[in-house]
Design a binder for this molecule. Structure first.
Ligand code: DGY
Length: 294
């Protein structure tokens, strides 16, 4: 990505885990034509106002809830994201989480590492088989559909809710599914889409998977539901206040916790970075952006 950019423009790089502070980002955008942002960068009104010369903000991620798109558009700044190329990696990882939580992989691994495994036993860490179970997919876009195709290969039946096509009502999906997987973007409408009432509607034997954005689930409500055995388990890749994880979730055996790895394959992350660079170059050279946000 950097080589591609350096061939086309002057590049200032900011590195380090956890990203830049907001203050540093505000200072850095002054006088720049383009910004390549990560999903951990809050590109809010203050950043956009400080970047008076910005022509494009290229987010490395399909989600762009970290960007004030309306403020950018009001200033004629193009905003781009990286759809499609991370669909397979994220759908694969959703299946990894689904298998991990239903087959109690985390519990088993912790048992071995503690030195508590004393050999095979007929009734040890029994889990739930996916075949024949219903997967409820909330949000039936690219990633939701890719998860459905994978789950069908495991013998699952699929139910979905969607803004675009019929699907089934959310209440019915929650009360009939054995696994519920979230694939809606984070918007004001989807914040805390899954809270106490929704969790209470799920089967006591059901599992909840989240690979989209943490705030789609009310994390405190989820911890409450798990502690009170209202659902059987959860597997999370994303959290309300990353990198913080709700303290009550940390001690629960029936929860699988991953550090936002959905798209984390070398191939996918390389393609995401490259697409962001190509979006910047397109806009700066007067071409239409490849993947503007809708
Ligand atoms: C995205 O692209 O929005 C992902 O969360 C990054 O892995």
């Amino acid at each position: 990505m950097v080589a591609r950019l350096e061939a086309a423009c002057d590049v200032e790089r900011f590195e380090g885990d956890g990203g830049m502070t907001h203050e540093a980002l505000v200072a850095a955008v002054a006088g720049k034509d383009a910004l390549i942002s990560l999903i951990t960068d809050s590109v809010d009104r203050a950043v956009i106002e400080a970047g008076a010369g910005l022509r494009v903000i290229a987010n490395v991620g399909v989600g762009y809830n970290n960007i004030d798109v309306a403020a950018a558009r009001a200033r004629g700044i193009v905003v781009t994201n990286t759809p499609d190329i991370l669909t397979d990696a994220t759908a694969d990882f959703t299946m990894a989480l689904m298998l991990a939580v239903t087959r109690r992989l985390g519990e088993g691994e912790r048992m071995i590492r503690r030195g508590d495994w004393h050999g095979w036993a007929l009734d040890q860490l029994l889990g739930m088989q996916l075949g024949g179970r219903q997967l409820g997919i909330i949000g039936f876009g690219r990633i939701g559909r890719a998860v459905a195709a994978r789950a069908a290969a495991f013998g699952m039946t699929i139910a979905h809710t969607s803004r675009r096509d019929a699907g089934i009502p959310l209440d019915r999906l929650l009360s009939t599914s054995d696994v519920v997987s979230l694939h809606v973007p984070l918007t004001p409408e989807t914040r805390h889409l899954i809270g106490q009432p929704e969790l209470a509607r799920m089967k006591r034997t059901a599992y909840l998977i989240n690979t989209t954005r943490g705030p789609v689930i009310d994390e405190a409500a989820l911890a409450w539901a798990l502690k009170n055995r209202l659902i059987a388990g959860a597997a999370l890749d994303v959290y309300e206040r990353e990198p913080e994880v709700h303290a009550d979730l940390m001690g629960l055996e029936q929860v699988v916790l991953a550090p936002h790895l959905g798209s984390a394959t070398t191939e996918t992350r390389t393609a995401m970075a490259d697409l962001a660079a190509r979006n910047v170059i397109a806009v700066l050279t007067g071409e239409p952006p490849l993947t503007p946000v809708p």
